[in-house]
Design a protein around this ligand. Structure first.
Ligand code: NAP
Length: 308
């Protein structure tokens, strides 16, 4: 089989750090062009916009959309209208409704739409899911605390409406939680802390439950300096589970039971090729729905201004 001709739109941090190296190593794809307003990719044709890209390179079969979420719908709509399969970076869009609209467009055209959640492919996530499926969960606590100045320098979009603020990393935790829990959960209360000079939250404290009364809480905070925390801890009948380092390591009662090298983006591209091959889409909106619910139900607290 010949490789799928792929183009990238939005050549920023995640495209350079993860997409380009993963595509390069995957024989199912051949990167043939990109659209970028500022940057470029050595050795491939670059166009200033997705319109120019689609018009100039009809051989493109699939596109990866790596721009901020507020601009993803328009690009995805253009790509699907031109008959291309689409890989959406996380979060898949700025609203639930726009992603549902893309889902319908892809289905009506027989194209594959992949709403990627990279953290679900972290090394120990499947082991955690299997563990939780085999026991009774008493409670779960998510602690996702990082230093925004270190991880998101000069990213204005992330602080604007639709950029999600601390939910940009927090949605990674939610993508794992919604994958490893055996039953759906829902938010019962939330407090979102907004810096007085920003349109997106810098911290969030969220309570969830499920039909069986599970006690689940999540703390997201972007003001963490020093040690960073990307942990999901659970009290279960099998012992105390700790899924740490963003899903990289799994421990039970303090003993490490699963650790492997990280392969998130290579696995995402393998999944995208599989979806195209099977003529299917993969769009799970559960993580984005929880973020929407947190914005809907959450109490808004104004905190001190944030400057980079
Ligand atoms: P970024 O570097 O700030 O921006 C990505 C690229 O998007 C920019 O370089 C630009 O590409 C394009 N872009 C920016 N503003 C735009 C606008 N107004 N209209 C159209 N295109 C625009 O962001 P990033 O960190 O790569 O994040 C992009 C997405 O990937 C986000 O949804 C984020 O959640 C997700 N993600 C990021 C990371 C990470 O570690 N940074 C990890 C996983 C997922 P051109 O200059 O080429 O046009």
């Amino acid at each position: 089989m010949s490789p799928i001709n792929l183009a990238i739109v939005g050549v920023g941090k995640i495209a350079r750090d993860q997409h380009l190296p993963s595509i390069e190593k995957n024989p199912d794809f051949k990167l043939i062009a990109a659209a970028s307003r500022h940057g470029g990719v050595e050795g491939i044709a670059i166009f200033g916009s997705i319109d120019e890209l689609l018009a100039a390179v009809p051989d493109i079969e699939a596109v990866s959309l790596c721009m901020p979420p507020q601009y993803r719908y328009e690009a995805a709509h253009k790509a699907l209208s031109a008959g291309k399969h689409v890989f959406l970076e996380k979060p898949p869009g700025a609203t639930l409704s726009e992603v549902e609209d893309l889902q319908a467009q892809a289905a009506s055209r027989g194209l594959s739409l992949f709403a990627s959640w990279h953290s679900r492919y972290a090394p120990a996530v499947e082991a955690a899911r299997a563990l939780l499926a085999s026991t009774t969960i008493r409670s779960m606590k998510v602690t996702w605390k990082e230093d925004v100045r270190h991880w998101h320098p000069n990213q204005d979009w992330i602080w604007q409406a639709g950029g999600l603020g601390v939910f940009d990393p927090g949605i990674n935790a939610l993508s794992i939680v919604t994958h490893i829990l055996p039953r759906p959960v829902f938010i019962t209360a939330a407090t979102l802390e907004f810096p007085e000079n920003r349109d997106a939250p810098i911290a969030a404290d969220i309570r969830f439950t499920d039909a069986a009364g599970l006690d689940l809480s999540a703390e997201f905070d972007w003001r963490q300096t020093g040690k960073q925390s990307w942990d999901i801890a659970a009290e279960t009948d099998a012992g105390r589970m700790l899924l740490s380092e963003g899903g990289a390591k799994l421990a039970l009662d303090g003993k490490l039971v699963h650790e492997e090298p990280e392969q998130e983006y290579p696995m995402l591209y393998r999944r995208f090729a599989e979806l195209i091959g099977k003529g299917r889409s993969d769009v799970d909106l559960a993580p984005l729905r929880h973020v929407a619910d947190a914005f809907m139900l959450g109490r808004r607290k104004v905190v001190e201004a944030f400057y980079d």
